[in-house]
Design a protein around this ligand. Structure first.
Ligand code: FES
Ligand code: FES
Length: 152
């Protein structure tokens, strides 16, 4: 089947089979490898994207369900050479080790700050609770989100 959607504001089309995930279509068909493929079960958050402004796990959304809709991936957060403030804060806070979880965390944190510009630590922890990191111990990730919030 043919799927038409907007990815990071640009019209895109791809052919896919009925059971194909949005994550697979983004990574393997449409050239957006930012969302990572780890569990494919909705457990790790590494595939987080915004679908019509709502945070979703792209591995749990069918590509067909995105037909006619807007998707924003981590690649769409920066404006040209200008990193999104959450991306910059992750760099500045040293919140990246292997980096596999980072795109999903950045998208989830950007979503949080769009909804809640001055989140409490509990709000940050709740918002990022669906994103697993095997490396950092989370402390620097929390620092990065606090830093991004302060820089708003
Ligand atoms: S790959 Fe989608 S939640 Fe883990
Ligand atoms: S930095 Fe390696 S999984 Fe988070």
């Amino acid at each position: 089947m043919r799927v038409s959607l907007r990815v990071n504001g640009v019209e895109a089309q791809t052919d896919c089979w009925e059971g194909e995930s949005l994550l697979f279509a983004l990574r393997e068909k449409l050239g957006f490898p930012g969302a990572k493929n780890a569990c494919e079960q909705g457990e790790c958050g590494s595939c987080s994207v915004l679908l019509d402004g709502r945070l979703v796990c792209a591995c749990l959304v069918l590509a067909a369900q995105a037909d006619g809709h807007d998707v924003v991936t981590v690649e769409g957060l920066a404006e040209g050479e200008q990193l999104h403030r959450v991306q910059q804060a992750f760099v500045d806070a040293g919140a990246v080790q292997c980096g596999f979880c980072t795109p999903g965390l950045v998208v989830a944190a950007a979503d949080l700050l769009a909804r809640s510009p001055e989140p409490t630590d509990d709000e940050i922890r709740e918002a990022l609770s669906g994103n697993l990191c095997r490396c950092t111990g989370y402390a620097k990730i929390l620092d990065a989100v606090r830093l991004a919030a302060r820089g708003a």
